[in-house]
Ligand binder design. Structure first.
Ligand SMILES: NC(=O)c1ccc[n+]([C@@H]2O[C@H](COP(=O)([O-])OP(=O)(O)OC[C@H]3O[C@@H](n4cnc5c(N)ncnc54)[C@H](OP(=O)(O)O)[C@@H]3O)[C@@H](O)[C@H]2O)c1
Length: 289
C-alpha cells in the first residue's frame, strides 16, 4: 500500500506543461512513484497555451519547480528558453524533460532512451537490423535517432514524403546509418516489411476513438517480425492485435510511456524509479480516460 501524499513546507514540485493536458496519465504515474518511495514530491498538470510558454518557464525558475515534462505543442519551442540542452536532445531537436538545478534549467529527451529501454526489456536487439518506421512526426524523430544511434538501418514511410526525406538526411548525417525514405502506400510498405525485422508505428493511426484503424494490411506481418505501436490508448491497438494473430512479437506504447517517465523521475529525484508501480498506475489512469 502506498503512503498517502502529504504536502509540507519542503515538498518538491514537478509537473507537466502542455496544451491540452487533461488526458495526461503522468500525474498518476509519478505521484504513485513518489509515494511508493516515500519521497516528499508532488506532480501537477499545468495547461500552458503557446502564448504563455516563456512565462511558464520563467515561473519554473521563480517558483523553484524541480522538474517538468514538456508535451505537445512545446517540445521544440521550449529549447530556446533553457540554459542547457543535453547533446542527444539537441540532435533530436526536441525536449520532453526539464531539470531545474538551483535555477539552471537543463533540457533533456527521455522519449528516445525510453523507447530503446522498452525494446531492451523485451529482449529486442536493433544493432545491424533494419527497422521500418511508419510516420515522421515528433515522436518518430526521437525514435529514429535512438534506433540509428543504436546501430539500426531505417526505412521511414510517411504520408507527407518530404518530412521522411528530411529525417533521413538529418539522421544519416548525424549517425552515418543507412536511412531510406518512402511515401507511405501499401506497395512500399510491403517491400519495406520484406527487408525489415522490426516495424514501429509512430503515427497516431489506431488511437482512440479511431481504434479500429490500421495502416498495415495484416497479410504482410510475418512471425519473424516484431511490431511496436507507440499509440498507448488503447494499449492493444488493432495493429498489435493483427500482429499477434500473425504470430509476430509485439510491444505496446505503454512501455515507452512508462520508461520515458521512469527516466525523468530518476533525473529529478536521483532515485531508481519503481517501474512496475508506474506501469500499473498509468494503466489504471488510462482505463479512466
Ligand atoms: N508511447 C509514448 O510514450 C508516446 C510518446 C509520444 C507520442 N506517442 C503517440 O504517438 C503518436 C504520434 O505522436 P507525435 O507527437 O509524433 O504526433 P505528430 O508529430 O503530430 O506526428 C503524427 C504522424 O502521424 C502521421 N499521420 C497522422 N494521421 C495519419 C493518417 N491518417 N495516415 C497516415 N499518417 C498519418 C503524420 O503524417 P504527416 O506527416 O503526413 O502529417 C505524422 O507522421 C500519438 O498517437 C501519440 O499519442 C506515444
Amino acid at each position: 500500500m502506498n503512503t498517502p501524499l502529504k504536502i509540507t513546507g519542503k515538498t518538491g514540485v514537478c509537473g507537466v506543461i502542455g496544451d491540452p493536458v487533461g488526458h495526461t496519465v503522468s500525474p498518476a504515474m509519478h505521484n504513485a512513484a513518489f509515494s511508493a518511495l516515500g519521497l516528499n514530491f508532488v506532480y501537477m498538470p499545468f495547461r500552458v497555451p503557446k502564448k504563455d510558454l516563456a512565462d511558464a518557464v520563467q515561473g519554473m525558475r521563480a517558483l523553484n519547480i524541480r522538474g517538468l515534462n514538456v508535451t505537445i505543442p512545446h517540445k521544440v519551442e521550449v529549447m530556446a528558453l533553457l540554459d542547457e540542452i543535453e547533446p542527444s536532445a539537441r540532435a533530436i531537436g526536441a525536449v520532453n524533460v526539464i531539470v531545474n538545478d538551483k535555477g539552471l534549467l537543463k533540457g533533456c529527451n527521455t522519449d528516445a532512451p525510453g523507447f530503446m529501454r522498452a525494446l531492451k526489456e523485451r529482449g529486442i536487439k536493433v544493432k545491424g537490423r533494419t527497422v521500418v518506421i511508419l510516420g515522421a512526426g515528433g515522436a518518430s524523430r526521437a525514435i529514429c535517432f535512438a534506433l540509428a544511434s543504436g546501430g539500426a538501418g531505417l526505412i521511414i514511410l510517411n504520408r507527407t514524403p518530404g518530412r521522411a526525406s528530411q529525417y533521413a538526411a538529418d539522421i544519416t548525417k548525424a549517425t552515418g546509418q543507412t536511412v531510406e525514405a518512402m511515401p507511405l502506400n501499401p506497395q512500399n510498405l510491403a517491400v519495406a516489411m520484406e527487408k525489415g525485422r522490426i516495424l514501429v508505428n509512430t503515427t497516431s493511426v489506431g488511437m482512440s476513438p479511431e481504434a479500429s484503424e490500421t495502416l498495415v494490411k495484416s497479410d504482410i506481418i510475418k512471425p519473424q517480425h516484431t511490431v511496436v505501436d507507440i499509440v498507448y490508448n488503447p494499449v492493444k491497438t488493432r495493429l498489435l492485435k493483427d500482429a499477434e494473430k500473425a504470430g509476430a512479437g509485439t510491444i505496446n506504447g505503454l512501455d515507452m510511456l512508462v520508461w520515458q517517465g521512469a527516466l525523468a523521475f530518476e533525473k529529478w529525484t536521483g532515485h531508481r524509479a519503481p517501474v512496475e508501480i508506474m506501469r500499473k498506475e498509468a494503466l489504471r489512469a488510462l482505463k479512466g480516460i
